[in-house]
Structures are given as structure tokens and as C-alpha cells.
Design a protein around this ligand. Structure first.
Ligand code: UN1
Length: 513
């Protein structure tokens, strides 16, 4: 890590600038410039971002629609090659991207590394998946004298709306999936991480992606969202963020009278639980809980929010856990010693502090990691915190930060615990800690979730290894980084030829689409 940290220092005083990236220059109008402040140092301005105007959105939609047929006809191998070049470029620009992740998004170093590696993995995985699915038509069985083939192709203009918590990995994961399958893309990055998004799109152009195939529209979701999702030219939206925003997007798409029905691929929130039975290894539980609840300052949709401890083991686990929390280093994300960086912005911090205060007043604050006084003044730091919960139903929303809720349960009440988890309606990640295989199998068979982790932490799904995504209020599927993800970005054409009529003419049959 040390050489990397030194490479980062070169970027310490860098000032980044971002603006809309459109097919033909900045085009009509100029949006307002917004300063970007660092989440760990409010005095430090990292750069500035020019937001997109409504005219620029229209212009981008026009270019994306015009570019679609041409891009869709590019051989998939060529599109995949661009993704592989982009992966190489991300590796070449590792230090700058990490510096941006730390300064603009407050990402701790290990998180920044994992984030960029994940983006590289998405590029290479989707490149190979696209070749696998789209490299050749699928020959279907049929009677003699007839040929049947199934072709996949892009849908059209895709809007990609991405979150600030994975400003490289999810941002690029969405876009690369859409473009490698033949769609043109309008990317609307999270307001908080527009500088990172801008650099990523510049690297895409450097990798050979034409400017009209990916365009960047920085700005506020409430303003740009309706302009994009309400437009009849949009064939699909890929979104990661809150469940509430996913509903808005769905509504926007549904209200487009007379427009083609669009695809919505949404990955949303979670109220993720871990159930620990009396046979679990307490040290393992504590290590996995600390990682799952507090890594990335708890700002992952996969993070552990509610820990259910069977009463026979609860005291032991809590004692060890609260001890381990005292060791957590909260601080500057660029520091090698830091375990937990800041949360993304003041709004996020205030919401979390209010929630913690509410529990403190009810005398249900169990433990907090120490936060040096000067940090509280300097940036958006929230102490990793454990709160006592009576039941998961108490939580009416996802608390997106380093806050863990702990409930104890009696073995006889296990079914009620599982029912209460399912009743929340979310279904993203879930943890089981037990050395009793039948216990693990019993719970796993009853809980409705997308990713189950047994005797390990619940975050950091690996692309191509642990396809990631949930069900119910947690999203539509298919899973990012999984073998079915790209299939939602395409349309299918079945071509049936009466070969008898043309004497089995091989050259016609060999023609592509
Ligand atoms: C998110 O936090 O928005 O497994 C989703 C993980 C990540 C989560 C990404 N893939 O921790």
C-alpha cells in the first residue's frame, strides 16, 4: 500500500473540473457551476462541476438515438475490445482514480483499491459475456427444410443512473453492460461524484468508444431524472440507488403514453440481517460483523444492518464486538491506518446522527467507536455505532452508514425472526453464522434474499464469482456481475427460413443480422 499512498500524494492539491460530455461539444447553453467539497475536509474544494441544462439533455437524447443503429451494427468483438482497452486504462490511471475516490467520495484506501479492481473486472467480464451471448446466433432445433436462429441485439437508448457509493465500479458496470450489448448510453452520475464520472467517461473515449455512444449528463436527479425517464426515445433505464427513486423512475417510464415499453433494471436498498445461532464461533462472528457493518463506513447496500444473536451466545459476542469497535480507527481516508472514513455528505451525517440520538434517548445505545474531536469539526464523520433493537420492524427505512442494530432472540422464536425479516420486503444480502449445517439449511430455505453468506462477511461480492442483487424492494434483477445480467439489456429476434424454398442455400443462411 505504501507506494500507492505516495502516488496518491501527487494528486493531493489537484483541482478537477467536470462538465457535460456530449456528442458535439457542449452544445446549447451552459449550466451552473457547482463546487465539490471533500467529505473529510469541509474547507477543501476538490473541484467544480458544470451541471447539464434541459437543452443539453435533449441534444444528448437526439445524438444517442441517431447513433444507435450504427453502434448496434458494430461487431460485438469490437465493442468487447473497447471494454478490455478501458480495463487497461483504468489500471494505468489507478492512482488518480484512487485519489478521486478518497477526496471526492471519502473512500478509504482499501475500499478505493477494491472499487477500481471491481470496475476492471466488470469491463473484462461483460466483454467476455457479450461475446458469449452475442458472438453467434443460437441455432434452435426445428424440422427438416427449415432453419431457426435466435439473435440478440441492443434495445436502443439506455439511461444509466448511478450511485455515489461505487462511483467507479457501479458507474462503469452499468454503462459497459449497456454499451457492449449494442445500446447507446446517457449516463447520469450521482451529484456527489461527478468528477470521478467525468474522468471515467474521458477514459472510455480514450478506449475508442465514440462520443455519441456514451454521453455524460452531470446534474441533480430531481431535475434531470424526469427529463430522461419521461422521454419516449428511452428504451431502458439501469439504476442503482434507493427504492423510493426506483419507484419514481418506474412511474416516469410507465406514464409515457404511446411510447414503447422500456426495460428497468434496478438495484435498490436492503435491510440486511445476519442470524447467529449458539453453535457459531464468536471470534469469526465478530470479525465478519465488523467488516460487514462498518467497512466503507456502512455505505453499501449490501452492508449488515441488523444482527440477530441467539441469547446463549449474545453476551459473549457483544462483549467481543464492542471491544473490537474500540479499536476501529476513524479518520482521513488517505491514511494507511484508517479503517472507517467519513460518510458522503452533511445531509447523510445529520440523518444518521438523528437516528443515533433517538436511540440514545431511549437508552438503547450500546457502543460507539471513538472519533477524535477535531475530526467531528472537520468533516462528515460518524462513529461506528451499535444500537439495541427489539425487532427489525422498528426500522422504517434503510440507515445508510456505520450503524449496526442488534437484537437478541430465543431459539424457540427463530421462525418469528425469519418472518419479521421477510416482512420488511427487502431481499438483498443475508448472513448465517452457525456450525450446525441443518440450522443453516433451515434458515436459508425460508428467507427471501438474493445473496446468502454463510460463516463469512456479507459484502464485497466478486464479479463473475458472486453475482450480486436482490428481490422484492431490493431490485428487479438480474444480478450484476452474473451470467444473466446482459440479457436484460437486449432484444431478441428469431429468424425462421424455409430452406426448402431456396434449395437450402447456404450463403443466405450464413448471413448475419
Ligand atoms: C451497493 O452498495 O450499491 O457486494 C451495491 C457488495 C457490493 C454492493 C454494491 N457489490 O458489497
Amino acid at each position: 500500500l505504501q507506494p500507492l499512498q505516495q502516488a496518491l500524494q501527487a494528486w493531493d492539491l489537484h483541482y478537477w473540473q467536470a462538465r457535460p460530455l456530449l456528442a458535439e461539444g457542449s452544445g446549447a447553453g451552459t449550466g451552473i457551476n457547482h463546487p465539490v467539497l471533500s467529505p473529510f475536509d469541509r474547507r477543501q474544494q476538490v473541484g467544480e462541476v458544470q451541471w447539464s441544462t434541459p437543452e443539453q439533455v435533449q441534444q444528448a437524447l437526439n445524438s444517442a438515438e441517431t447513433a444507435f443503429p450504427r453502434w448496434n451494427a458494430v461487431p460485438v468483438a469490437d465493442r468487447a475490445a473497447m471494454l478490455r482497452r478501458l480495463a487497461d486504462l483504468l489500471e494505468e490511471h489507478f492512482a488518480e482514480l484512487m485519489a478521486l475516490c478518497a477526496r471526492e467520495a471519502g473512500k478509504q484506501l482499501a475500499d478505493g483499491i477494491a472499487e477500481i479492481r471491481e470496475a476492471v473486472d466488470f469491463c473484462r467480464y461483460y466483454a467476455s459475456q457479450a461475446e458469449h451471448h452475442m458472438g453467434h446466433p443460437m441455432r434452435m432445433p426445428g424440422p427438416t427444410g427449415e432453419s431457426n436462429e435466435l439473435y440478440l441485439s441492443g434495445r436502443g437508448v439506455f439511461v444509466a443512473i448511478s450511485p455515489w457509493n461505487f462511483p467507479v465500479a457501479i458507474f462503469l458496470g452499468q454503462i459497459t453492460a449497456a454499451l457492449v450489448t449494442g445500446n447507446t448510453v446517457l449516463a447520469k452520475p450521482a451529484e456527489q461524484t461527478s468528477l470521478i464520472a467525468y474522468r471515467c467517461v474521458e477514459l472510455m473515449y480514450e478506449a475508442g468508444v465514440p462520443r455519441d455512444v456514451v454521453q455524460l449528463l452531470p446534474g441533480a436527479g430531481r431535475e434531470l431524472g424526469p427529463l430522461l425517464t419521461g422521454d419516449p426515445r428511452v428504451a431502458g433505464v439501469v439504476f442503482t440507488g434507493s427504492t423510493a427513486t426506483a419507484w419514481q423512475i418506474n412511474l416516469g417510464l410507465a406514464q409515457r403514453q404511446g411510447a414503447p415499453l422500456a426495460a428497468l433494471i434496478a438495484e435498490t436498498g436492503g435491510q440486511n440481517a445476519m442470524v447467529v445461532d449458539s453453535t457459531a464461533l464468536p471470534e469469526q462472528v465478530v470479525a465478519d460483523v465488523v467488516e460487514s457493518a462498518f467497512a466503507s463506513a456502512g455505505q453499501r447496500c449490501s452492508a449488515l444492518r441488523v444482527l440477530f444473536l441467539q441469547e446463549d451466545i449474545a453476551e459473549k459476542v457483544e462483549t467481543l464486538l464492542f471491544g473490537a469497535m474500540q479499536e476501529l480507527q476513524v479518520g482521513d481516508p488517505r491514511d494507511l491506518a484508517t479503517d472507517v472514513g467519513p460518510v458522503i455528505d452533511e445531509t447523510a451525517r445529520e440523518k444518521l446522527l438523528k437516528h443515533i440520538e433517538h436511540y440514545r434517548q431511549m437508552k438503547r445505545l450500546l457502543a460507539q467507536a471513538p472519533v477524535p474531536e477535531q475530526l467531528r469539526e472537520a468533516g462528515e464523520f460518524v462513529a461506528p455505532t451499535a444500537l439495541r433493537l427489539e425487532s427489525i420492524g422498528e426500522l422504517d427505512q434503510e440507515h445508510f452508514g456505520p450503524v449496526l442494530h442488534i437484537a437478541r432472540y430465543r431459539a424457540a422464536d427463530l421462525d418469528q425472526v425469519i418472518d419479521s425479516i421477510n416482512r420488511c420486503g427487502f431481499g438483498l444480502t443475508f448472513g448465517i453464522q452457525s456450525r450446525n449445517e441443518s440450522f443453516a439449511a433451515y434458515i436459508e430455505g425460508r428467507v427471501r434474499v438474493g445473496n446468502v453468506y454463510i460463516n463469512r462477511n456479507m459484502i464485497g461480492a466478486v464479479v463473475g464469482v458472486q453475482p450480486f442483487g436482490g428481490m422484492g424492494l431490493s431490485g428487479t434483477g438480474p444480478k450484476a456481475g452474473g451470467p444473466h445480467y446482459l440479457l436484460r439489456f437486449v432484444t431478441e429476434r428469431t429468424r425462421t427460413i424455409n430452406t426448402a424454398a431456396i434449395g437450402g442455400n447456404a450463403s443466405l443462411l450464413a448471413q448475419g443480422d
